[in-house]
Structure formats: C-alpha cells, structure tokens
Design a protein around this ligand. Structure first.
Ligand SMILES: [Zn+2]
Length: 96
C-alpha cells in the first residue's frame, strides 16, 4: 500500500506505477512485474469522495461554528479545497 501511495511498483518499489494521471503501466520497467491485470474500477474515486468529504465537511463545520463567514466566503474556501484535494488524492489512492 505504501509503495502504491508513492506511485511505485508494488513488487520492487522502484519502477513507476502510472504512465499518465490514473493510467497504470502494463508492466514495471525495472523488474518486469505485470500490472495490467490489476483493475481498480471506481473504488479509488469512491474512497477519495469519502476522504475528501470527511476533511471538507468536518473543517467546514468547525469553521462555521467558530466564525461568522458569509456564504460566498465559505464557497471561496471549500470549493477550491474540495477540487484540489480530490485531484491530489486520486492517483495515490488508486496506487494504494
Ligand atoms: Zn517493479
């Protein structure tokens, strides 16, 4: 899981796991481990939704309870944070 989170081959830990954002390589360029048959389907996206949802909704509720920000101020904080976290976590979660 740790090697996958880092985008590295699960067998040797040196070769790259992805050739594009979420496209995995067919086999490891270092050790030759075949990786084409490991299909994640939609699970990484579901896990990212759960993780980001807990971070963003929990943070929103804490900030909302402690401050008096307007709706627009909340939107300017939480919408970009949600997009950034989702994009940043998708590849590591798929690798894991
Ligand atoms: Zn390898």
């Amino acid at each position: 899981i740790k090697r996958g989170l880092l985008g590295r081959c699960p067998h040797c830990g040196k070769g790259k796991l992805f050739r594009a954002f979420v496209k995995s390589v067919d086999k490891c360029e270092v050790c030759g481990e075949e990786l084409h048959h490991h299909r994640a389907d939609d699970l990484p996206a579901y896990l990212v939704i759960v993780i980001v949802g807990h971070i963003v909704v929990g943070s929103f509720m804490a900030v909302e309870a402690a401050t008096t920000l307007s709706t627009w101020q909340h939107a300017l904080i939480w919408v970009p944070l949600t997009i950034i976290l989702a994009v940043a976590l998708l590849q590591p979660v798929k690798g894991a």
